[in-house]
Structures are given as C-alpha cells and as structure tokens.
Ligand binder design. Sequence first.
Ligand SMILES: [Zn+2]
Length: 238
Amino acid sequence: MVAEKLKKCPFCGATVKARNLPIHKWRVHLQHLFEKDSLSKEEIESICDTATELHYIGKNNLAIKIFRKILSIDPSNFGAWNDLSLVLKDVGKIREALKAVNKSIELNPNFAGSWSNKGFLHLLLEEDDEAIKSYERCINLDPSMLVVWYNMGAAYMRKKDFKKALECINRAIELNDEYYMAWVAKAQILDILGKEEESKKCFMKAYSINPEYVLQFIKALKRGRNMVYTSGMEAKKN
Ligand SMILES: [Zn+2]
C-alpha cells in the first residue's frame, strides 16, 4: 500500500493528510473569522484560497457557500466572483456560473482568466459565437493560453468553419507540441477536410503521447459525444 501523502498546516504546523488539509484549514483556522465584524485583506485571501482548495477536493457546496459569504462582505472581489463561477460550473449550474463570471469581468475586464472561463461556459451552452468573442478578448490580453486556442478551435469546429478551427488548433500545438487533445482535434478537422493521411498522422501523434485519452475519445465518439467541445478546461492542467 502506498503511504498517504502528508502535509503541514501553514497555520498551526500540524501534520495532516494532504486531502484533509483544506477541511482542517477551514474548520480549525478560518471558519470562525466570519464571526468578526470585519476581515483584513489577508484574511479574505486566505479564505478564498482555501475555498479554491475545497473546490479541488470536490467539496463544491461548501466552496460555493464560502465564496458567496466572502462576496457579501467584499462584493468587488473579482477573483472571488471568477472562482465562484468555476465551482458553479462544476456543479452544473452553468447559467449561474455565467452570471458570476460576468460580474467578475464587469469589475475587472483585464483579467484574462475570467474571459477564458466565460468562453468555456458559452461553449458548454453551445453559444459558439459568444464563446469566440470571449476567447478573442482573452487572447488579446494573453495569447499564451493554449487551452483558449483549443477551445476557440472547438467553437469554430461546431460552426463548421474548419479553416478557422485549424488555425486555432495549430496555435495551440505551436504553444505545446505534446498537447494530445489538440492533436486529436486536428485529426478530426483534417479528416473532415478529406486529408485522411495527415489526419491519421495526427491521431497517431496523440496516441503516442496519451493512448488512454485517445481511447476514451473514440469511445465517447461512438456514443455520439465529441469530447472536443467539453474537455477544454481539463487541458490547462497539462
Ligand atoms: Zn492547522
């Protein structure tokens, strides 16, 4: 058996199982702060960081509750609005997530992350023109976000504008040659464009990097689901 990863609590120094640390931080050190009359900037930051960690370990409802509480205290916290929208997306509340991210953008239109997030929500809602508009804003702020190029390519694919789609996917691959999801998308586009040999090569390239993903992709496709339109956000972890 593999020993469970341990981590030190930054507040009290106690050694805690890594997966329990966000809960520990919340319950032992942060929760009671909401009883205070006012919170410092650092306290708000600490609480938001921990809410994000809670989101990462799947404690989504708790994370949503914390972000909402923070926003009732500090309604101009655009980062918290953006992070709230990410959790809402993961619990399937896409329209609510969109409202939250729009709020974030209203408060700070120069944060590329919010535009990326908004673009993906529109992609999930199959509002491809809106998705593309958001991604263009994002790219103007930061052209190095490969997932944004990939997702914009997906939006163009669904609009059947394969020339534009290919341009976007190629930009993603230029940024990271090991981006297997982009190679699969490229294979699909080339196949549609009748370039079978080139398509096969792209598919093999993806398979050589991540065979599991490619197999999963094919399986989903057989069930009528094209993962190009739904898996974009995962790619940022690569
Ligand atoms: Zn502690």
